[in-house]
Design a protein around this ligand. Structure first.
Ligand SMILES: Cc1cc2nc3c(=O)[nH]c(=O)nc-3n(C[C@H](O)[C@H](O)[C@H](O)COP(=O)(O)O)c2cc1C
Length: 169
């Protein structure tokens, strides 16, 4: 049976107007999201899906490969209220050298017109540049300013990006 993805945590910092939205299956992207939150003071919310992603590597591989093949749009079950936010950090694991299919769902369903989206990814070795063409293509009609973003596999790359873009609180 699929595990429930009840990892959502929301904190608030009314000064920042930034939100970290992420999905993490095995914990790496969650740790990256927490590091970004510690440095920026942004609110944070874990994305949840129906059906939830399996937690075993083998089953996760099968499900995600099928989603990719079928060009699926996994259903996001969060009640996303993004009105308050100007900046959204969008975090995902790299799967098959590209963003997961739920990132398509996000761009097709979330109201992000006029917002700045900062993608970040964790991976075994893939850089954000592998995801960039996909992110560009899937977000082109959203009216959002989608940044290149960054790979967030260690604290040094996270801090370096946030410093460079003056995003540290
Ligand atoms: C189905 C699947 C596909 C993956 N594809 C890639 C990939 O193409 N490139 C890569 O560097 N890592 C790949 N990985 C490794 C994950 O991106 C990496 O472990 C990531 O940090 C997992 O994030 P999480 O712990 O937040 O779930 C893949 C992992 C899975 C389960």
């Amino acid at each position: 049976m699929a595990h429930s993805d009840k990892e959502t945590s929301v904190t608030s910092n009314s000064a920042s107007h930034a939100l970290i939205l992420y999905y993490s299956n095995s914990g790496n992207t969650k740790r990256a999201a927490e590091a970004i939150q510690a440095q920026t003071g942004a609110d944070m919310q874990a994305l949840t899906f129906s059906p939830a992603y399996p937690k075993t590597y083998l089953r996760l591989g099968m499900v995600t490969q099928r989603q990719l093949k079928k060009n699926s749009r996994p259903k996001i079950t969060n009640d996303l209220d993004l009105k308050l936010y100007q900046i959204i950090y969008l975090g995902f694991p790299t799967w098959f050298h590209r963003p997961p299919m739920f990132v398509n769902t996000f761009f097709e369903t979330a109201d992000i017109q006029g917002k700045v989206i900062v993608p970040f990814t964790t991976s075994a070795s893939s850089q954000i540049s592998e995801s960039t063409p996909f992110l560009k293509d899937m977000s082109k009609t959203t009216g959002a300013d989608v940044q290149t973003g960054f790979a967030a596999n260690d604290l040094r790359e996270i801090t370096s990006y946030l410093k460079k873009h003056e995003l540290i609180k």
